[in-house]
Write a protein that binds this ligand. Structure first.
Ligand code: PLP
Length: 358
């Protein structure tokens, strides 16, 4: 059997969720969209279900996968619904939905509900992607408030640059959010912080936080932050050395000859490539961990294989275990070597079997 696998540490996942919830001080929506960032939505949601206040997903399809696996906790559709035809399904499965556009307010006004709904009303506080403008917000809120079957409205927004610890955009967005909250007729539960907002911006911790990336043990904060030090990597992507060769100095390795040996070099071939989700354009020098010791990628990553430098690892050879990211090697550091993000690498995992540890 091909020796590549992704081990998913469910204890680390629960640890990170508890950490997020304790930091937030209120309730925490565990964001498990995109198949739990590549970790497997159903097993991750099941592992968190006994303690999670709710789950966040990107679509009804993702929500139904959780419901069908027996998850009966609240599930919020983070992008709302895409078509009014989805409303009966939202109702039947008791999902919570975001409303981010005036047409969605109209669709809800036309809906005849038979059970209470929870709706999160999204403000565009400066990211300029999804959300009602500050001018539209009050009107939408009042119209939704007037629907007797909506029993809870939550005010929400989303940060665009909370991982940049010295950037003014996060306090600016908070000011826009607070101004909108101040105009509402009653105090409403509020939610704005994603992982970075939650860890790095204490004033962003409101009634609900919405941690995603941090649940999986990663972050992109651009400065040291104690809250991030407590995270534990959930996924370990590893494979094994399947061939070893000795090359003289001056020999090219792999496609396009992007790396040429500068000394007699012992090369290890590892059974993992870009078809598994490892970044194709990770540069020579990208860190790997060889039998527990730090090492380096050399040469272009292929579809099914990559090559590493074993010259300074005389104890390693055929069958050695190579960690490509995990507890000893932050996925964010690997991502940075190819202009990628940990979000992209984790959600891009393919073909590799996932093995769950509890
Ligand atoms: C994805 C998402 C999150 C989680 O973001 P992270 O940066 O992964 O913590 C939170 N809120 C919304 C609306 C999202 O779409």
């Amino acid at each position: 059997m091909r020796p590549s696998r992704a081990t998913i540490d469910l204890q680390a996942l629960r640890h990170n969720y508890r950490h997020a919830r304790a930091l937030g001080g209120g309730r925490a929506l565990a964001v498990v969209k995109a198949d739990a960032y590549g970790h497997g939505a159903v097993p991750c949601a099941k592992a968190l279900a006994p303690e999670a206040d709710g789950f966040g997903v990107a679509s009804i399809e993702e929500a139904l996968e959780l419901r069908e696996s027996g998850i009966d906790a609240p599930i919020l559709l983070l992008e709302g619904f895409f078509d009014p035809a989805e409303l009966p399904l939202i109702e039947r499965h008791g999902l919570w939905t975001v409303v981010a556009s005036p047409w969605q307010v109209e669709a809800l006004e036309a809906h005849r509900a038979t059970r209470p709904w929870q709706v999160w009303v999204k403000l565009d506080s400066g990211m300029h992607r999804l959300g009602l403008s500050p001018e539209e917000y009050g009107d939408a809120w009042h119209r939704l408030r007037a629907l007797p079957w909506i029993d809870t409205l939550v005010a929400m927004s989303h940060f665009s640059r909370a991982d940049e610890l010295a950037h003014a955009s996060t306090p600016d967005q908070l000011a826009v959010f607070d101004a909108a909250l101040a105009q509402l007729p009653h105090a409403a539960p509020a939610s704005i912080a994603n992982s970075a907002g939650l860890m790095a911006w204490p004033m962003a911790r409101r009634d609900w936080v919405r941690p995603g990336l941090m649940l999986y043990g990663s972050h992109m904060l651009d400065a040291p932050c104690a809250a991030a030090d407590a995270l534990r990597a959930v996924m370990t992507l590893e494979s094994k050395v399947i061939a070893v060769r000795e090359l003289a100095a001056g020999e090219p390795i792999g496609y396009a000859g992007t790396f040429t040996t500068t000394r007699p070099t012992r090369v290890g071939v590892v059974a993992a490539g870009y078809a598994d989700g490892y970044p194709q354009y990770a540069t020579s020098g990208t860190p790997v961990v060889i039998d527990g010791r730090p090492g380096e990628l050399i040469g272009r990553v292929s579809m099914d294989m990559l090559t590493i430098d074993l010259t300074d690892h005389p104890q390693a050879g055929l069958g050695s275990t190579v960690e490509l990211w995990g507890p000893r090697l932050a996925v964010a550091d690997v991502a940075a070597r190819s202009g990628n993000s940990p979000y992209r690498l984790l959600t891009g995992l393919k073909r590799v079997p996932r093995v769950y540890r509890d």
